[in-house]
Ligand binder design. Structure first.
Ligand SMILES: Nc1ncnc2c1ncn2[C@@H]1O[C@H](COP(=O)(O)OP(=O)(O)O)[C@@H](O)[C@H]1O
Ligand SMILES: O=P(O)(O)OC[C@H]1O[C@](O)(COP(=O)(O)O)[C@@H](O)[C@@H]1O
Ligand SMILES: [Mg+2]
Length: 473
């Protein structure tokens, strides 16, 4: 059969699998003794064949390929997350520290709770400490003792019960505190900035030859962290974003020439705006940081909105906070402004658009009714408890992290890759970005749902404008 031949040819060309190696405590402590995983004697687990993940269980990073293209030199794969048959910690000797850093994200409390529950129930660990208010908490406050009882209902609460902050990353003092307090497992929950900090902590721990496992649990409401499928809390945030879009839609369609304008989170990536647009279907135009746009002239935002107002009487516009930042006029001082973590401070693209829209309408349609209702649900979409899907995701994430640490891995992150929980080198995650690819199918879906201009090629495809496009028949 032709297909069998094709399959044979393909397997001949099948590139080798390159497994991303993970740092392990035995790299620095080769004589460290392993012991049987206490799960073996846990009354709630009956380890059967396949229960323990082994070093040959891997997850492929990419699962979609174009067979007609030259194969890449190797498939990249990551170790599958899960309990290992042997562990490198005696439960009684574990002193775990958990810290949350950066902005809020639905599910942070669930991750903390499940780290405590997993360590306590699965592995019998009792010394679990919460670091208060982000990285600075390592050296500026007393840790809180965490117990099953204390964290019992934390998964129902938004925010982080440990509190969080930006800035305050003092590497020497943080690692001094880890050393002085005798922490040997450090669980760091945070976004891209936090992960970059975690890499430095891991490297310093190695440099000082401390027997400490460091793991990162990626938290980012706007899904800007690469390699993993998505971050926890993202789905919850998209659901909340949709409520804002619905409200904007109601306001817009109840007005005469009404524009509903919603600003959503997304500093450098427009995933929340994109997903909320795709699922809401009320959106006429979605603006994201990965795509430049312009307001007036052929193919611009305003002529497009004018057409929509003429056709439908209203329009809904969704804009990610990082969109248009290069277009909004700003002073030299504003250009330099940074938050405590060093992130650039953005100007309010929603407020700016609202003003520009009003000016444009007053200029071009004097005396005609026009309304812009601007909704900025920024903190509402992230300060809520996680939904059911995100809650179970947080649980698996936390337990995966614990299994990896107990097995002696360090300098790693757990996260789902193509739906399978995996262990990824921390450094790779800290460096990987997850931007919206405006050239791929997902963005094409957005454009097919909204029919919005692409702000680049519109004139080329406008049949009424062929002379200026250079297209000849
Ligand atoms: N490059 C970096 N090196 C070390 N620490 C960093 C770095 N970037 C950010 N941090 C620290 O990580 C923490 C969170 O960073 P931030 O950017 O505010 O949030 P997020 O982790 O959610 O992106 C802060 O304490 C900040 O000082
Ligand atoms: O006012 P804050 O707490 O600095 O938070 C605002 C920022 O936090 C975020 O929600 C998330 O950012 P991080 O992932 O870097 O924490 C951004 O989208 C937003 O600009
Ligand atoms: Mg960030």
């Amino acid at each position: 059969m032709a297909t069998a031949t094709a399959a044979a040819e393909i397997s001949d060309r099948h590139p080798p699998i390159a497994v991303a190696s993970l740092p392990h405590l035995t790299d620095h402590f080769p004589t460290l003794q392993s012991r049987t995983n206490p799960l073996q004697n846990n009354q709630f687990f009956h380890p059967i064949d396949g229960f323990y993940a082994t070093s040959t269980d891997v997850v492929l990073r990419r699962i979609a390929f174009d067979l007609s293209r030259k194969p890449s030199p190797a498939h990249v794969a990551y170790y599958r997350a899960g309990p290992r048959r042997s562990v490198y910690f005696e439960p009684e000797s574990v002193r775990a520290a958990i810290v949350t850093c950066g902005g809020l994200c639905p599910g942070m409390n669930t991750v903390i709770r499940e780290l405590v529950v997993g360590l306590w129930e699965l592995y019998g660990v009792r010394q679990i400490h919460g670091i208060v208010a982000g990285y600075r908490g390592f050296y500026s406050s007393e840790p809180v003792e965490l117990s099953l009882k204390l964290v019992d209902d934390w998964h129902k609460r938004g925010g982080t019960a440990l509190r969080t902050s930006r800035g305050g990353f003092d590497l020497r003092r943080i690692v001094d505190a880890i050393q002085d307090r005798g922490f040997n497992q450090v669980y760091i929950i945070g976004g891209d900035g936090t992960m970059r900090g975690a890499v430095k902590i891991f490297e310093e721990v190695c440099r000082r030859e401390l027997q400490v496992a460091v793991t990162g649990i990626p938290k980012t409401v706007d899904n800007d962290i690469g390699i993993i499928d998505r971050s926890f809390g993202f789905q919850t945030a998209v659901e909340m974003a949709q409520q804002a879009i619905s409200a904007a839609h109601v306001e817009a369609e109840s007005a005469v020439n009404g524009i509903g304008l919603v600003k959503l989170m997304g500093r450098s990536t427009g995933h929340i705006a994109l997903h909320a647009t795709l699922s809401s279907r009320d959106v006429d135009c979605c603006l994201i940081p990965e795509m430049e746009f312009y307001l007036e002239g052929d193919g611009g935002l305003f002529p497009f909105l004018e057409r929509r107002l003429k056709e439908n009487g209203h329009a809904v516009l969704v804009v990610a906070e990082g969109a248009g930042q290069d277009t909004i006029p700003r002073t030299e001082a504003q250009k330099e402004e940074r938050d405590e973590s060093g992130n650039p401070v953005f100007l309010d693209v929603g407020g700016w658009l609202k003003t520009e829209l009003k000016d444009w309408w007053a200029r071009t349609h004097p005396g005609e009714l026009f309304t812009v209702k601007y909704i900025d649900p920024t903190y509402m979409i992230r300060a809520v408890p996680a939904n059911a899907t995100d809650n179970s995701y947080c649980t698996l994430l936390a337990h995966s992290a614990i299994h990896g640490v107990m097995a002696g891995y360090t300098g790693f992150v757990s996260g789902p890759i193509n739906g399978n929980y995996s262990y990824i080198p921390l450094k790779d995650v800290a460096e990987a970005k997850n931007e919206v690819n405006t050239k791929d199918h997902k963005w094409a879906w957005v454009r097919s749902v909204t029919n919005q201009p692409d702000f680049v090629e519109t004139r080329l495809f406008d049949p009424g404008n062929q002379s200026s496009s250079g297209i000849s028949s």
